[in-house]
Write a protein that binds this ligand. Sequence first.
Ligand SMILES: NC(=O)c1ccc[n+]([C@@H]2O[C@H](COP(=O)([O-])OP(=O)(O)OC[C@H]3O[C@@H](n4cnc5c(N)ncnc54)[C@H](O)[C@@H]3O)[C@@H](O)[C@H]2O)c1
Length: 387
Amino acid sequence: MSLASLNRPLRMGIVGGGSDAFIGKVHRVAAQLDGKIRLVAGALSIDPQVAVQSGKDLFLDPKRVYLNYQDMLAAEVALPADERVDFVSVVTPDDTHVPISIAFLEKGFSIFCEKPVSVTLDDAHKLRDTVRKTGRAFAIMHGYTGYPLVRHARTLVRGGKLGKIYKIIAEYPQDWILPRGDAPLHLAGWRMDPKFGKSLSMGDIGIHAAQLARFITGLDIEAVNADLQTYTPGGRRDDDGNVLIRYKGGAHGILYASQVSAGEENGLTIRIYGEKGGIEWHQEQPNSLLLKTQGAPTQILTPAQPYLDPSARISRMPTGHPEGLIEAFANLYRDFAEDVAAVQQGGTVSTDHIYPDIDDAVFGKTFVEYATRSNESSEKWLPFPAI
Ligand SMILES: NC(=O)c1ccc[n+]([C@@H]2O[C@H](COP(=O)([O-])OP(=O)(O)OC[C@H]3O[C@@H](n4cnc5c(N)ncnc54)[C@H](O)[C@@H]3O)[C@@H](O)[C@H]2O)c1
Protein backbone atom coordinates (compact mmCIF):
# COMPACT_ATOMS: atom_id res chain seq x y z
CA MET A 1 0.00 0.00 0.00
CA SER A 2 1.52 3.24 -1.14
CA LEU A 3 0.80 6.82 -1.99
CA ALA A 4 0.23 5.68 -5.57
CA SER A 5 -2.49 3.26 -4.48
CA LEU A 6 -4.05 5.93 -2.26
CA ASN A 7 -4.25 7.92 -5.48
CA ARG A 8 -4.49 11.42 -3.98
CA PRO A 9 -2.20 13.93 -2.27
CA LEU A 10 -1.96 13.67 1.52
CA ARG A 11 -3.71 16.36 3.56
CA MET A 12 -1.30 18.02 5.97
CA GLY A 13 -2.08 19.95 9.15
CA ILE A 14 0.49 21.99 11.01
CA VAL A 15 0.86 23.27 14.57
CA GLY A 16 3.20 26.27 14.59
CA GLY A 17 4.85 27.38 11.37
CA GLY A 18 3.14 30.78 11.01
CA SER A 19 4.83 33.92 9.78
CA ASP A 20 6.46 34.25 13.23
CA ALA A 21 8.25 30.91 12.93
CA PHE A 22 11.72 29.89 11.82
CA ILE A 23 11.68 26.20 10.92
CA GLY A 24 7.93 25.67 10.43
CA LYS A 25 8.10 27.62 7.19
CA VAL A 26 10.72 25.22 5.88
CA HIS A 27 8.43 22.29 6.74
CA ARG A 28 5.53 23.86 4.83
CA VAL A 29 7.60 24.47 1.74
CA ALA A 30 9.47 21.16 1.82
CA ALA A 31 6.43 18.97 2.48
CA GLN A 32 4.66 20.40 -0.59
CA LEU A 33 7.68 20.42 -2.90
CA ASP A 34 6.67 17.33 -4.87
CA GLY A 35 2.93 18.09 -5.04
CA LYS A 36 2.11 14.90 -3.12
CA ILE A 37 1.24 16.66 0.13
CA ARG A 38 -1.05 19.68 0.53
CA LEU A 39 -1.31 21.90 3.59
CA VAL A 40 -5.03 22.23 4.34
CA ALA A 41 -5.26 23.19 8.04
CA GLY A 42 -3.25 24.64 10.88
CA ALA A 43 -2.98 26.21 14.31
CA LEU A 44 -0.19 28.32 12.89
CA SER A 45 0.86 30.45 15.83
CA ILE A 46 0.54 30.97 19.57
CA ASP A 47 -0.48 34.54 18.67
CA PRO A 48 -4.11 34.53 17.38
CA GLN A 49 -3.58 37.49 15.03
CA VAL A 50 -0.50 35.88 13.50
CA ALA A 51 -2.36 32.57 13.20
CA VAL A 52 -5.26 34.18 11.31
CA GLN A 53 -3.06 36.35 9.08
CA SER A 54 -0.74 33.42 8.29
CA GLY A 55 -3.75 31.34 7.28
CA LYS A 56 -4.90 34.14 4.97
CA ASP A 57 -1.44 34.51 3.47
CA LEU A 58 -1.40 30.79 2.71
CA PHE A 59 -4.96 30.89 1.23
CA LEU A 60 -6.16 28.25 3.69
CA ASP A 61 -9.89 27.75 4.15
CA PRO A 62 -10.66 30.16 7.05
CA LYS A 63 -12.73 27.41 8.70
CA ARG A 64 -9.55 25.36 9.01
CA VAL A 65 -7.35 28.10 10.44
CA TYR A 66 -7.46 27.43 14.17
CA LEU A 67 -6.37 29.48 17.18
CA ASN A 68 -5.01 26.52 19.13
CA TYR A 69 -4.25 22.85 18.58
CA GLN A 70 -7.13 21.66 20.82
CA ASP A 71 -9.70 23.40 18.55
CA MET A 72 -7.91 22.05 15.51
CA LEU A 73 -8.04 18.48 16.83
CA ALA A 74 -11.73 18.68 17.75
CA ALA A 75 -12.72 20.21 14.40
CA GLU A 76 -10.62 17.89 12.25
CA VAL A 77 -11.94 14.78 14.03
CA ALA A 78 -15.48 16.00 13.35
CA LEU A 79 -14.85 16.30 9.59
CA PRO A 80 -15.69 13.43 7.21
CA ALA A 81 -12.73 11.06 6.79
CA ASP A 82 -12.22 12.16 3.18
CA GLU A 83 -11.66 15.76 4.26
CA ARG A 84 -9.74 15.65 7.53
CA VAL A 85 -5.96 15.88 7.65
CA ASP A 86 -3.94 12.68 7.26
CA PHE A 87 -1.04 13.83 9.41
CA VAL A 88 0.12 16.78 11.48
CA SER A 89 3.53 18.46 11.58
CA VAL A 90 4.42 19.68 15.07
CA VAL A 91 6.86 22.57 14.69
CA THR A 92 6.38 24.43 17.96
CA PRO A 93 8.90 24.95 20.82
CA ASP A 94 10.19 21.77 22.50
CA ASP A 95 7.93 21.67 25.57
CA THR A 96 4.77 21.34 23.47
CA HIS A 97 5.83 18.45 21.21
CA VAL A 98 4.69 15.60 23.45
CA PRO A 99 1.25 16.85 24.50
CA ILE A 100 0.37 17.91 20.94
CA SER A 101 1.69 14.69 19.37
CA ILE A 102 -0.05 12.41 21.87
CA ALA A 103 -3.36 14.24 21.47
CA PHE A 104 -3.33 13.81 17.67
CA LEU A 105 -1.94 10.25 17.71
CA GLU A 106 -4.69 9.14 20.09
CA LYS A 107 -7.26 10.32 17.53
CA GLY A 108 -5.60 8.44 14.67
CA PHE A 109 -3.37 11.07 13.04
CA SER A 110 0.26 10.44 12.06
CA ILE A 111 2.90 12.93 13.22
CA PHE A 112 6.00 14.61 11.81
CA CYS A 113 7.61 16.23 14.87
CA GLU A 114 10.46 18.63 15.39
CA LYS A 115 13.45 17.78 17.55
CA PRO A 116 14.18 17.45 20.42
CA VAL A 117 11.10 15.30 20.86
CA SER A 118 10.60 16.39 24.47
CA VAL A 119 12.09 18.25 27.40
CA THR A 120 12.32 15.16 29.65
CA LEU A 121 13.39 11.63 28.82
CA ASP A 122 10.31 10.26 30.60
CA ASP A 123 8.10 12.18 28.18
CA ALA A 124 10.02 10.80 25.20
CA HIS A 125 9.32 7.27 26.46
CA LYS A 126 5.67 8.12 27.06
CA LEU A 127 5.36 9.34 23.48
CA ARG A 128 7.04 6.18 22.15
CA ASP A 129 4.47 4.09 24.04
CA THR A 130 1.71 6.06 22.33
CA VAL A 131 3.27 5.72 18.87
CA ARG A 132 3.56 1.97 19.36
CA LYS A 133 0.04 1.64 20.76
CA THR A 134 -1.60 3.63 17.97
CA GLY A 135 0.47 2.21 15.08
CA ARG A 136 0.52 5.61 13.35
CA ALA A 137 3.55 6.86 11.39
CA PHE A 138 5.92 9.08 13.38
CA ALA A 139 8.98 10.94 12.07
CA ILE A 140 11.39 13.26 13.86
CA MET A 141 13.04 16.03 11.85
CA HIS A 142 16.77 15.51 11.56
CA GLY A 143 16.86 17.19 8.17
CA TYR A 144 20.50 16.42 7.47
CA THR A 145 19.65 12.73 7.06
CA GLY A 146 17.72 13.70 3.94
CA TYR A 147 20.78 14.76 1.93
CA PRO A 148 21.71 12.34 -0.88
CA LEU A 149 25.38 12.26 0.06
CA VAL A 150 24.65 11.57 3.73
CA ARG A 151 22.63 8.59 2.57
CA HIS A 152 25.47 7.47 0.33
CA ALA A 153 27.91 7.85 3.25
CA ARG A 154 25.60 5.63 5.27
CA THR A 155 25.74 2.91 2.64
CA LEU A 156 29.53 3.19 2.34
CA VAL A 157 30.16 3.03 6.08
CA ARG A 158 27.58 0.38 6.91
CA GLY A 159 28.70 -1.64 3.88
CA GLY A 160 32.29 -1.83 5.15
CA LYS A 161 33.99 0.52 2.64
CA LEU A 162 36.00 2.11 5.47
CA GLY A 163 36.65 -1.21 7.23
CA LYS A 164 36.35 -1.39 10.98
CA ILE A 165 35.41 2.06 12.30
CA TYR A 166 37.98 3.61 14.63
CA LYS A 167 36.98 7.23 15.02
CA ILE A 168 33.91 9.45 14.61
CA ILE A 169 34.31 13.22 14.89
CA ALA A 170 31.06 15.19 14.78
CA GLU A 171 31.07 18.97 15.15
CA TYR A 172 28.25 21.48 15.26
CA PRO A 173 29.56 25.02 15.81
CA GLN A 174 27.42 28.16 15.49
CA ASP A 175 27.91 31.71 16.83
CA TRP A 176 24.40 33.18 17.07
CA ILE A 177 24.50 33.74 20.84
CA LEU A 178 27.50 36.03 20.66
CA PRO A 179 26.47 39.72 20.72
CA ARG A 180 26.56 41.14 17.21
CA GLY A 181 25.96 44.88 17.24
CA ASP A 182 22.40 45.78 16.35
CA ALA A 183 21.59 42.49 14.63
CA PRO A 184 18.71 40.68 16.36
CA LEU A 185 19.37 37.51 18.31
CA HIS A 186 16.84 35.86 16.04
CA LEU A 187 17.02 32.50 17.71
CA ALA A 188 17.00 33.72 21.31
CA GLY A 189 13.71 34.06 23.19
CA TRP A 190 12.43 30.69 24.36
CA ARG A 191 15.70 28.90 23.58
CA MET A 192 17.46 30.72 26.44
CA ASP A 193 14.94 29.54 29.07
CA PRO A 194 16.19 26.70 31.33
CA LYS A 195 12.70 25.22 31.46
CA PHE A 196 13.67 23.67 28.10
CA GLY A 197 16.48 21.69 29.80
CA LYS A 198 19.93 22.53 31.13
CA SER A 199 21.81 21.95 27.89
CA LEU A 200 21.29 24.24 24.93
CA SER A 201 24.47 23.14 23.17
CA MET A 202 23.45 19.47 23.16
CA GLY A 203 19.66 19.95 23.25
CA ASP A 204 19.50 22.25 20.25
CA ILE A 205 22.35 21.13 17.99
CA GLY A 206 24.57 18.43 19.57
CA ILE A 207 21.53 16.19 19.18
CA HIS A 208 21.78 16.58 15.36
CA ALA A 209 25.48 15.67 15.39
CA ALA A 210 24.86 12.58 17.54
CA GLN A 211 21.97 11.50 15.29
CA LEU A 212 24.05 12.03 12.14
CA ALA A 213 26.77 9.73 13.52
CA ARG A 214 24.13 7.13 14.40
CA PHE A 215 22.44 7.43 10.99
CA ILE A 216 25.65 6.95 9.02
CA THR A 217 27.38 4.30 11.14
CA GLY A 218 24.50 2.44 12.81
CA LEU A 219 26.74 2.13 15.88
CA ASP A 220 25.26 2.15 19.37
CA ILE A 221 26.79 4.29 22.09
CA GLU A 222 28.35 2.42 25.03
CA ALA A 223 29.31 5.38 27.28
CA VAL A 224 29.61 9.17 27.26
CA ASN A 225 31.86 11.64 29.07
CA ALA A 226 30.78 15.27 28.77
CA ASP A 227 32.16 18.68 29.62
CA LEU A 228 29.59 21.44 29.06
CA GLN A 229 30.01 25.13 29.78
CA THR A 230 28.17 28.47 29.66
CA TYR A 231 30.05 31.42 28.19
CA THR A 232 27.08 33.79 27.77
CA PRO A 233 27.11 36.24 30.71
CA GLY A 234 24.04 35.42 32.81
CA GLY A 235 23.26 32.45 30.56
CA ARG A 236 21.05 29.84 32.18
CA ARG A 237 21.66 27.01 29.69
CA ASP A 238 25.08 25.82 28.55
CA ASP A 239 26.14 27.13 25.15
CA ASP A 240 29.23 25.05 24.44
CA GLY A 241 30.15 21.44 25.05
CA ASN A 242 32.52 18.56 24.30
CA VAL A 243 31.52 14.91 24.61
CA LEU A 244 33.82 11.91 24.39
CA ILE A 245 31.91 8.87 23.16
CA ARG A 246 32.72 5.16 23.30
CA TYR A 247 30.76 3.18 20.74
CA LYS A 248 29.93 -0.52 21.00
CA GLY A 249 32.37 -2.47 18.83
CA GLY A 250 35.38 -0.33 19.70
CA ALA A 251 35.00 2.98 17.84
CA HIS A 252 35.65 6.20 19.75
CA GLY A 253 34.10 9.56 19.08
CA ILE A 254 34.46 13.25 19.76
CA LEU A 255 31.36 15.43 19.57
CA TYR A 256 31.52 19.18 19.93
CA ALA A 257 28.55 21.55 19.80
CA SER A 258 28.65 25.27 20.45
CA GLN A 259 26.61 28.42 19.93
CA VAL A 260 29.60 30.64 20.80
CA SER A 261 32.15 29.68 18.12
CA ALA A 262 32.79 33.06 16.50
CA GLY A 263 32.50 33.14 12.73
CA GLU A 264 30.71 29.81 12.50
CA GLU A 265 27.22 29.91 11.01
CA ASN A 266 25.79 26.40 10.87
CA GLY A 267 28.95 24.30 10.66
CA LEU A 268 27.70 20.77 11.13
CA THR A 269 30.54 18.49 9.98
CA ILE A 270 31.20 14.79 10.30
CA ARG A 271 34.41 12.86 9.75
CA ILE A 272 34.59 9.10 10.12
CA TYR A 273 37.77 7.04 9.91
CA GLY A 274 38.14 3.28 9.64
CA GLU A 275 41.01 0.88 9.02
CA LYS A 276 40.66 1.26 5.21
CA GLY A 277 39.51 4.83 4.66
CA GLY A 278 37.66 7.89 5.78
CA ILE A 279 34.76 10.15 4.85
CA GLU A 280 34.13 13.82 5.47
CA TRP A 281 30.89 15.82 4.94
CA HIS A 282 30.08 19.46 5.67
CA GLN A 283 26.48 20.65 5.97
CA GLU A 284 27.41 24.04 4.52
CA GLN A 285 28.79 22.25 1.42
CA PRO A 286 26.26 19.41 1.28
CA ASN A 287 26.85 18.55 -2.36
CA SER A 288 30.34 17.13 -1.78
CA LEU A 289 31.27 13.96 0.08
CA LEU A 290 35.00 13.40 0.53
CA LEU A 291 36.15 9.80 0.36
CA LYS A 292 39.69 9.27 1.61
CA THR A 293 42.08 6.39 1.19
CA GLN A 294 45.60 6.09 2.55
CA GLY A 295 48.21 6.80 -0.14
CA ALA A 296 45.65 7.82 -2.79
CA PRO A 297 44.06 11.11 -3.81
CA THR A 298 40.85 12.07 -2.02
CA GLN A 299 37.72 11.56 -4.14
CA ILE A 300 34.92 14.14 -4.21
CA LEU A 301 31.53 12.47 -4.72
CA THR A 302 28.56 14.57 -5.89
CA PRO A 303 24.74 14.12 -6.05
CA ALA A 304 22.66 12.72 -8.92
CA GLN A 305 25.53 10.55 -10.15
CA PRO A 306 24.84 6.99 -11.29
CA TYR A 307 27.66 5.73 -9.07
CA LEU A 308 25.65 6.57 -5.92
CA ASP A 309 23.78 3.96 -3.94
CA PRO A 310 20.04 3.76 -4.90
CA SER A 311 19.10 5.18 -1.45
CA ALA A 312 21.05 8.31 -2.44
CA ARG A 313 19.67 8.69 -5.97
CA ILE A 314 16.89 10.94 -4.76
CA SER A 315 17.83 14.21 -6.43
CA ARG A 316 15.18 16.14 -8.32
CA MET A 317 17.74 17.78 -10.63
CA PRO A 318 20.63 16.60 -12.77
CA THR A 319 24.28 16.78 -11.73
CA GLY A 320 25.75 20.16 -10.97
CA HIS A 321 22.51 21.75 -9.77
CA PRO A 322 22.98 22.47 -6.06
CA GLU A 323 20.52 21.03 -3.54
CA GLY A 324 19.93 22.39 -0.06
CA LEU A 325 18.07 21.94 3.19
CA ILE A 326 14.62 22.32 1.65
CA GLU A 327 15.26 19.39 -0.67
CA ALA A 328 16.68 17.38 2.25
CA PHE A 329 13.54 18.03 4.32
CA ALA A 330 11.42 17.19 1.26
CA ASN A 331 13.20 13.84 0.89
CA LEU A 332 12.21 12.95 4.46
CA TYR A 333 8.62 14.05 3.83
CA ARG A 334 8.54 11.96 0.64
CA ASP A 335 9.56 8.83 2.57
CA PHE A 336 7.26 9.60 5.49
CA ALA A 337 4.32 10.13 3.11
CA GLU A 338 4.55 6.53 1.93
CA ASP A 339 4.07 5.28 5.50
CA VAL A 340 1.23 7.71 6.18
CA ALA A 341 -0.48 6.52 2.99
CA ALA A 342 -0.04 2.88 4.04
CA VAL A 343 -1.55 3.55 7.46
CA GLN A 344 -4.46 5.46 5.90
CA GLN A 345 -5.24 2.40 3.78
CA GLY A 346 -5.29 0.07 6.77
CA GLY A 347 -1.67 -1.03 6.42
CA THR A 348 1.28 -0.66 8.74
CA VAL A 349 4.39 1.51 8.95
CA SER A 350 7.32 0.02 6.99
CA THR A 351 10.06 -1.61 9.06
CA ASP A 352 12.86 -0.58 6.67
CA HIS A 353 12.09 3.16 6.37
CA ILE A 354 15.10 5.44 6.30
CA TYR A 355 13.63 8.58 7.90
CA PRO A 356 14.40 9.11 11.63
CA ASP A 357 11.54 7.70 13.71
CA ILE A 358 10.39 7.47 17.31
CA ASP A 359 13.40 5.32 18.33
CA ASP A 360 15.71 7.97 16.90
CA ALA A 361 13.71 10.59 18.80
CA VAL A 362 14.23 8.64 22.03
CA PHE A 363 17.93 8.22 21.17
CA GLY A 364 18.38 11.98 20.70
CA LYS A 365 16.72 12.83 23.98
CA THR A 366 18.74 10.09 25.75
CA PHE A 367 21.97 11.53 24.34
CA VAL A 368 21.14 15.02 25.63
CA GLU A 369 20.11 13.65 29.03
CA TYR A 370 23.24 11.51 29.52
CA ALA A 371 25.59 14.25 28.32
CA THR A 372 23.98 16.55 30.89
CA ARG A 373 24.19 13.95 33.65
CA SER A 374 27.83 13.17 32.85
CA ASN A 375 28.72 16.85 32.95
CA GLU A 376 27.33 17.02 36.48
CA SER A 377 28.77 13.71 37.65
CA SER A 378 32.18 13.19 39.26
CA GLU A 379 32.28 9.75 37.62
CA LYS A 380 32.34 11.32 34.12
CA TRP A 381 32.08 8.12 32.05
CA LEU A 382 28.41 7.13 32.16
CA PRO A 383 27.14 3.89 30.61
CA PHE A 384 24.59 4.68 27.89
CA PRO A 385 21.28 2.80 28.05
CA ALA A 386 19.92 0.60 25.27
CA ILE A 387 17.45 2.52 23.09
N1 LIG B 1 15.36 20.25 12.59
C1 LIG B 1 15.97 21.41 12.59
O1 LIG B 1 16.95 21.59 11.87
C2 LIG B 1 15.45 22.52 13.45
C3 LIG B 1 15.84 23.86 13.19
C4 LIG B 1 15.28 24.86 13.97
C5 LIG B 1 14.37 24.56 14.98
N2 LIG B 1 14.05 23.26 15.23
C6 LIG B 1 13.07 22.91 16.28
O2 LIG B 1 11.80 23.33 15.80
C7 LIG B 1 10.99 23.78 16.87
C8 LIG B 1 10.56 25.23 16.58
O3 LIG B 1 11.71 26.04 16.54
P1 LIG B 1 11.70 27.47 15.82
O4 LIG B 1 13.09 27.96 15.85
O5 LIG B 1 11.00 27.37 14.52
O6 LIG B 1 10.81 28.29 16.87
P2 LIG B 1 10.07 29.66 16.59
O7 LIG B 1 9.90 30.29 17.93
O8 LIG B 1 10.71 30.42 15.50
O9 LIG B 1 8.62 29.19 16.03
C9 LIG B 1 7.71 28.51 16.85
C10 LIG B 1 6.34 28.54 16.18
O10 LIG B 1 5.43 27.81 17.01
C11 LIG B 1 4.31 28.68 17.34
N3 LIG B 1 3.78 28.20 18.62
C12 LIG B 1 4.37 28.22 19.83
N4 LIG B 1 3.60 27.59 20.73
C13 LIG B 1 2.49 27.17 20.05
C14 LIG B 1 1.31 26.47 20.40
N5 LIG B 1 1.11 26.03 21.65
N6 LIG B 1 0.41 26.22 19.44
C15 LIG B 1 0.60 26.62 18.17
N7 LIG B 1 1.69 27.29 17.76
C16 LIG B 1 2.62 27.56 18.70
C17 LIG B 1 4.88 30.08 17.32
O11 LIG B 1 3.88 31.06 17.24
C18 LIG B 1 5.74 29.96 16.08
O12 LIG B 1 4.94 30.01 14.92
C19 LIG B 1 11.84 23.63 18.12
O13 LIG B 1 11.51 22.42 18.75
C20 LIG B 1 13.26 23.59 17.60
O14 LIG B 1 14.14 22.86 18.44
C21 LIG B 1 14.58 22.26 14.49
